[in-house]
Write a protein that binds this ligand. Sequence first.
Ligand code: THU
Length: 136
Amino acid sequence: MADAPTLAALRAAAFAAMENAYAPYSKFRVGAALLAPTGEIVAGCNVENSAYPAGTCAERVAVGAAVVRGLRHFTHVVVATEASAPTPPCGICRQVLSELAPECLVISVTRGGAEAQWRLAELLPHPFTPSLLRDE
Ligand code: THU
C-alpha cells in the first residue's frame, strides 16, 4: 500500500483530471490517476464523442498517457467522480488494467468524500491474459 502522502497526491491528481473531463453527453465526469512503482503519477479523464461509442473512459485515457511516458506497470489507480456512491471501473477498463496492473488496488473516491476500494482481481477474477492467445 502506498504511503498517505502518495495516496493524497493520487486522489488530488484524479480530481484535477476530472475537472478537465469532456463529458457533455453523460455529464458524468470521471478522473483517473495511476501510480507507477517509480512513484510517477499519470492521470486521465473521460473524453466523450457525439458518436457515443467513440468516447473513452478516464482509466483508459490514463493508461494511454502513461504508456506514452514509458510506464507499463501500475500499483494503484484512483477513480474520482461526482456521484454519490463510489463507482468501480467499467468492464472494458478492468480488462485494460489487468494487462498492465493485474495486482493493482482500485480506489474510488467521490466529491462528497465517499470511498471504496477493491483489488482488481476481485473486480475481474478471470481476465483474458496474453498467455491465452497461444496454446503453449
Ligand atoms: N466512465 C469512465 O470514465 N470510467 C468508468 O469506469 C465508467 C464510466 C465514463 C464513460 C462515459 O464518458 C461516462 O463515464 C458515463 O458512462
